[in-house]
Design a binder for this molecule. Structure first.
Ligand SMILES: Cc1ncc(COP(=O)(O)O)c(C=O)c1O
Length: 360
């Protein structure tokens, strides 16, 4: 029986090796390691891929969230609502920006924030909401618009949602900003860390570009306290190569996800059109046993995420229970999802899953 990996990054990188080597070589030759000129082309093309102006590259997805929160004026005393089912970075960024994260439950089926779950924890101090496009499933446009109309700052956590759309609107075009991660395993991943903020408001992008680079207005003039959180030239060059392939890889992810849906749709966390399938997540009452059976059958799986924010030690005391996220955390299992996976591989995963579920 062959191993079915969760994501085969080596295979993906082999498929573009010549282009990547050439991009690295050319960056080294130009000495374009750090600084605006080294990454401006990629920032522009990444923004254009989301139908907006130039983005602002930075050191990681976590920093993208922190810098966007700061650029949009979040400060001490401001509460920012984050979903209970996400990676810890969504809440960490709020603290780093000086605000207070307030955890809201997610819809028990979609595992995304909704107006109802947000309203349940909203107070007079709520300034912003950080909807997460979890698994590459996009929070519906109607919800994003609703929060804006209610006067909240909306920062989309698009770490898992490059090229995602809702009702044909790209991520980041309804919220005040969207923040991306280029962590290696993401849909668009660097050969290290990286992140990006995009916004329809150029002033937000310019402010992120200023504070990511020591708050400088000229080489040695710094009118605010900034950070050293720059996307470097080699990562930008690699990401630029991968961005050219991203539409085809995203279409492949959609085809893989649709094939899974045709076979085991009733078990999957559902999605709407425009999803980009960073992860393919199923639910099982006896998740741990299923995961073990699949491991024995050489199918690699993951859990995203086993500990919701409402149960994270540093957040738990300030957070009421979140039954939607906490129940899901016991049941979710991420199955192999890879843009170069064949539909036959998907058949194989679901057949091995079928055997795992059959009573002995
Ligand atoms: C939803 C979400 N938000 C934020 C981040 C943080 O991104 P990074 O690891 O690039 O800091 C991640 C990455 O894992 C993520 O999945």
């Amino acid at each position: 029986m062959n191993n079915i990996p969760f994501l085969d990054l080596q295979r993906l990188h082999r498929s573009i090796d010549d282009e990547v080597q050439e991009a690295i070589r050319s960056t080294i030759e130009r000495g374009a390691f750090v600084g605006k000129n080294a990454i401006a082309g990629f920032e522009e093309r990444f923004g254009a891929a989301h139908h907006t102006g130039s983005g602002a590259g930075c050191g990681s997805g976590t920093d993208a969230l922190t810098l966007a929160l700061k650029a949009l004026g979040i400060s001490s005393g401001d509460e920012v609502i984050v979903p209970a089912m996400t990676f810890i970075a969504t809440a960490e960024a709020v603290v780093h920006a000086g605000g207070t994260p307030v955890v809201a439950d997610v819809d028990p089926v979609t595992l995304l924030l909704t107006p109802e779950t947000v309203d349940a924890v909203r107070t007079a101090n709520t300034r912003a909401v950080l909807p997460v496009h979890l698994y590459g499933h996009i929070v519906p446009a109607v919800h994003l618009r609703h929060w804006r109309e209610e006067g909240l700052i909306v920062i989309e956590d698009a770490a898992q949602a490059h090229l995602g759309t809702t009702e044909q609107h790209p991520v980041g075009s309804i919220g005040h900003a969207a923040c991306f991660s280029f962590y290696p395993g993401k849909n668009l991943g660097a050969f290290g860390d990286g992140g990006m903020v995009i916004s329809a408001d150029e002033a937000v992008v310019e402010e992120v570009q200023r504070i990511r680079d020591h708050g400088r207005t000229s080489k040695y003039t710094h009118d605010v306290v900034g950070y050293c959180s720059r996307l470097d030239g080699i990562q930008a060059a690699i990401l630029d190569v991968k961005l050219r392939h991203l539409p085809e890889w995203t279409a492949a992810r959609v085809a893989v996800a649709e094939h899974y849906r045709s076979l085991i749709g009733d078990r999957l966390v559902p999605w709407n059109d425009g999803a980009v399938h960073h992860l393919l997540v199923a639910r099982f009452d006896d998740r741990d046993a299923v995961q073990q059976h699949l491991a024995d059958a050489k199918v690699a799986t993951g859990i995203h995420y086993p500990v919701p924010l409402s149960l994270q030690p540093w957040l738990a005391t300030s957070t009421p229970t979140c039954p939607g996220a906490e129940t899901a955390a016991q049941e979710i299992l991420s199955l192999p999802m890879d843009p170069l996976m064949s539909l036959e591989d998907v058949d194989e995963v679901t057949q091995r899953l079928d055997r795992a579920l059959r009573p002995v």
